[in-house]
Ligand binder design. Structure first.
Ligand code: URA
Length: 211
């Protein structure tokens, strides 16, 4: 396993992921589960956020108490459209996080990834950025999304997904060996259409009920 790959296999996450994989799980349930898992994963991904001490007054005494150190809030960048499901969970844990969106699609002729939307907070240089997308299949989308973000030179950059295929992980680490990748599971392979096997199907369709 590459150094920068973090498998978050907490039993609660594994259980909820199994429920999400089941073909009979409804859109309502799928959405709720993705939110819950994201919240649990965010806990792990933010484990090393720096703290500073701040003098506070409890009802009984004064104390130096830990608070998150960065003055500039974390930025969560959602890759549209399925990234929204993870974003919702993280915002529940960190409601003051800033949010960015990246929209990408694959040109059916050239198979190249085309960016059609990019909106992130302006001052990324002072911020930690967490990019979210539930699925890393070929890795093309994740790889493409990270280039414009790197140009903005954030203080740190990490990527959170739910499921990854081995091919996608290899591609990701070839192009962005410096970006830590967090996932709840590494599945077996990709099918001819680029879907993860056994996977959970199309994350966007299952999240939004579009199929
Ligand atoms: N995107 C999905 O939503 N599902 C996959 O299996 C692969 C990519």
């Amino acid at each position: 396993m590459p150094n920068n790959l973090h498998l978050i296999n907490h039993p609660l996450i594994q259980h909820k992921l199994t429920l999400m994989r089941r073909a009979e799980t409804s859109t309502t349930k799928f959405r709720a589960l993705l939110k819950e898992i994201s919240l649990l994963m965010a806990y792990e991904v933010t484990r090393d956020l720096p703290l500073k001490l701040e003098m506070i007054q409890t009802p009984l005494a004064a104390m130096d108490a830990p608070v998150l150190a960065p003055e500039k809030k974390l930025v969560v960048v959602s890759i549209m459209r399925a990234g929204q499901g993870i974003l919702d969970g993280i915002l529940e844990l960190m409601p003051s996080a800033r949010v960015g969106h990246i929209g990408l699609y694959r040109d059916p002729q050239t198979l190249r990834v085309i960016e059609y939307f990019f909106k992130v907070p302006e001052d990324l240089a002072d911020r930690d950025v967490l990019v979210v997308d539930p699925m890393i299949a070929t890795g093309n989308t994740a790889v493409a999304a990270l280039y414009p973000l790197k140009q903005a030179q954030p203080r740190s950059l990490r990527f959170l997904c739910l499921l990854a295929a081995p091919e996608g992980i290899t591609h990701f680490h070839q192009e962005h060996p410096d970006v830590p990748l967090y996932t709840a599971a590494i599945d077996d392979s990709l099918n001819d259409q680029g879907y993860i096997l056994p996977g959970l199907g199309d994350a966007g369709d299952r999240l939004f009920g579009t199929k």
